[in-house]
Ligand binder design. Structure first.
Ligand code: MLC
Ligand code: AMP
Length: 466
C-alpha cells in the first residue's frame, strides 16, 4: 500500500466534513477487511469521505475499484455493474440500491479494524476501472494499474513542485481521473492536505483560499471561465501558489483574464483516462495561453499523419498525437479488439487528439480526430451513447448527436431528432434519467429527417443546415 499512498500527511476534508489522515486510513482498513478477495468492487462515488475511504480500502485490499457516477441512471449503472463484474457496492449506509445490484457494504458503519495483514499487492495489479465514453456504444472500462498511478502522480509532483506543504483545493467529481486520481490519490501520495469543496464552484474555491490557506487549485476550464467572470472571487486566489486547468482546452481569453485578476498564469495540462496526465506546463517554467506544455518525465510523444507517416515537430503541422509512457492503462476491460485498435503496431497509444509540437517541445491541442467525442464541462461524452439513449425512447425514430460550441461548457451536447409526439424537455429528461445528468443534451432540435449520404450514413457536418 505504501508503494502507492503515503502513510502520513494532512487531513482530508470533503464538503465540510474532515478526517485526520490516520482516521481515514483506519476506515479504509475496515473496508479492506470487508472486501478482501473480491474480484472488483463498485463505489457509489458521491463527493464524500465515504467515497475516499472506499477507494483507499480497495487499494489496501488490492481489489479493483469501479467508481459509479452517483447521478447515473439505471441504464448506465446496470452497464457499469454488469460489465465490471463488481460483486459488492460500497456506499454510505442507507444509500439506495436497486433490485439485482450487488450487496451494499456500508462504509461508514463497519467495525473498527486494527489495520495491517494486507500483504503485498503487485505493482501491475489493477487499482481502478474507470468507465469512459468512446465514439460508439456503451462506455468502456479503463484498467489503471497501481504503478501507472504512482508514476503519473510522481511526474505531476515533480512538474508542479507539489509537496506536503501544499493545500489542494478542488470540487471535481470523484469518478474520473481529474477529481479522483489527481484530486484525491494525488494529495494522499504527496502528503498534502485536501479541501474538496463538494461542487466546483468559484465562490467555494475563493472561501478555501481565504479560510484554509489553499495553495494548489484544480479546475476544468468551465470552472476557470466562471471564476474569471467574477473579479472578487478571482481576486481571492491571489495568495495561491498554482492554478491548474485541464480536461478540456482552456480558452485563451480565459487564460488572460484569469492571469490579470489572480496574478497567476494558469498551468495547463493535458491527459486522458487511458493515459493519465502526459503533458503539462511546469511550476518553475513558462505558461503559454493555448498550449498544454511539454511531456512529463518518462513520457514520449509523436505526431502522425492519417497515412501513418511522421509529422515534423515544427509547431505548425498538425497530426494525431501518440504517446508512450509507463503511466498508460492496461487495456479496456473485456474488449481486446478495442484495446488492440487503440495502439499502433509499434506500441504507441493513439490519443485521437490532433496536436502540433513545436521545436521547443511545446504541445498545442488543436482538435479531435472524431466529431463523435464531445467534451462538455470537462466531461467526455460519446455521441453514440446519447444517440442510443434517445433511440430507446418509443417516440424517437432517428437521432444524431454532436458537440456544438458553448461559452460556459466549451461544447454542449446537441441532438437532432426525428420523432412523433414528444417534446424537447421530455427527451432531455429521458437521457438525464437513463444515463448521467451531465450527459443530457442541452439542446434538442426536432427535424423532419436527417441528412444522409449515399450509404445511408448521417452526415453530421450538414446537421447545422437544418
Ligand atoms: C439539470 N439537473 C438535472 C437536470 N438538469 N437533474 C435531473 N434532470 C435534469 N434534466 C441538475 C443537476 O443534477 C445538477 O444539480 C444541476 O442541475 C446542474 O447540473 P450539471 O450539468 O452538473 O451542472 P453544470 O453547471 O452544467 O456543470 C458544470 C461543471 C460540470 C463544470 C460543474 O460539468 C463538472 O463538474 N465538470 C467536471 C468534469 C470532470 O471532472 N472531468 C474530468 C474528466 S477526467 P446539483 O444539485 O448537482 O447542482 C479527464 C482527464 C483529464 O478529462 O485530462 O483531466
Ligand atoms: P477523458 O478521458 O475524460 O479524460 O478525456 C480525455 C480528453 O480530454 C482528451 O483526449 C482531450 O481531448 C481532452 N483534454 C484533456 N485535457 C485537455 C487540455 N488541456 N486541452 C485540450 N483537451 C484536453
Amino acid at each position: 500500500m505504501m508503494d502507492l499512498l503515503g502513510g502520513t500527511g494532512g487531513p482530508v476534508r470533503i464538503a465540510g466534513r474532515e478526517l485526520p489522515r490516520d482516521e481515514l486510513l483506519g476506515r479504509a482498513s475496515a473496508v479492506a477487511a470487508e472486501i478482501r478477495g473480491a474480484d472488483a468492487v463498485a463505489v457509489h462515488a458521491t463527493a464524500s469521505l465515504e467515497t475516499v475511504a472506499a477507494v483507499v480500502g480497495g487499494l489496501l485490499a488490492g481489489v479493483p475499484v469501479v467508481p459509479l457516477p452517483p447521478d447515473s441512471g439505471p441504464a448506465e449503472r446496470a452497464h457499469i455493474l454488469g460489465d465490471s463484474g463488481a460483486s459488492l457496492l460500497l456506499a454510505a449506509g442507507g444509500t439506495e440500491r436497486s433490485e439485482g445490484e450487488p450487496p451494499l457494504v456500508p462504509v461508514d458503519a463497519l467495525p473498527h479494524h486494527g489495520g495491517g495483514g494486507g500483504g503485498e499487492v503487485p505493482a501491475d495489479a489493477t487499482a481502478l476501472i474507470l468507465y469512459t465514453s468512446g465514439t460508439t456504444g456503451a462506455p468502456k472500462g479503463v484498467l489503471i494499474s497501481r504503478s501507472a498511478i504512482a508514476a503519473g502522480l510522481d511526474a505531476l509532483a515533480e512538474a508542479w513542485a507539489w509537496t506536503s506543504d501544499d493545500v489542494l483545493v478542488h470540487g471535481l467529481p470523484l469518478f474520473h481521473v481529474h477529481g479522483l486520481v489527481l484530486g484525491v490519490l494525488g494529495p494522499l501520495r504527496a502528503g498534502s492536505r485536501l479541501v474538496h469543496t463538494g461542487r466546483p464552484r468559484p465562490e467555494l474555491y475563493a472561501a478555501a483560499a481565504r479560510d484554509d490557506g489553499g495553495s494548489l487549485f484544480f479546475g476544468v476550464p468551465t470552472v476557470w471561465s466562471r471564476t474569471a467572470a467574477d473579479p472578487s472571487t478571482a481576486g481571492a486566489l491571489r495568495g495561491a501558489r498554482l492554478l491548474v486547468s485541464g480536461s478540456a482546452p482552456l480558452p485563451v481569453p480565459v487564460f488572460e483574464r484569469l492571469s490579470a485578476l489572480t496574478g497567476h498564469r494558469p498551468v495547463e495540462r493535458y491527459g486522458m483516462t487511458e493515459t493519465l496526465i502526459t503533458v503539462s506546463a511546469r511550476a518553475d517554467g513558462d505558461r503559454r495561453p493555448g498550449y498544454v506544455g511539454t511531456p512529463l518525465p518518462g513520457v514520449e510523444t509523436r505526431l502522425t499523419a492519417e497515412d501513418g507517416s511522421p509529422v515534423p515537430p515544427d509547431g505548425e503541422t498538425p497530426g494525431e498525437l501518440h504517446v508512450r509512457a509507463p503511466l498508460l492503462f492496461k487495456g479496456y476491460l473485456n474488449r481486446p479488439e478495442a484495446t488492440a485498435e487503440s495502439f499502433t503496431p509499434d506500441g504507441w497509444f493513439r490519443t485521437g487528439d490532433i496536436a502540433t509540437i513545436g521545436p521547443d517541445g511545446w504541445h498545442r491541442i488543436v482538435g479531435r480526430a472524431s466529431t463523435d467525442l464531445i467534451k462538455s464541462g470537462g466531461y467526455r461524452i460519446g455521441a453514440g451513447e446519447i444517440e442510443n439513449a434517445l433511440l430507446a425512447h418509443p417516440a424517437v425514430r432517428e437521432a444524431a448527436v454532436l458537440g456544438t460550441p458553448h461559452d460556459d461548457l466549451g461544447e454542449q451536447v446537441t441532438a437532432y431528432v426525428v420523432a412523433d409526439g414528444v417534446g424537447e424537455k421530455e427527451l432531455i429528461d429521458f437521457v438525464a434519467e437513463r444515463l448521467s445528468v451531465h450527459k443530457r443534451p442541452r439542446v434538442v432540435h426536432m427535424v423532419g429527417s436527417l441528412p444522409r449520404n449515399a450509404m445511408g450514413k448521417v452526415v453530421k457536418s450538414r446537421l447545422g443546415e437544418l
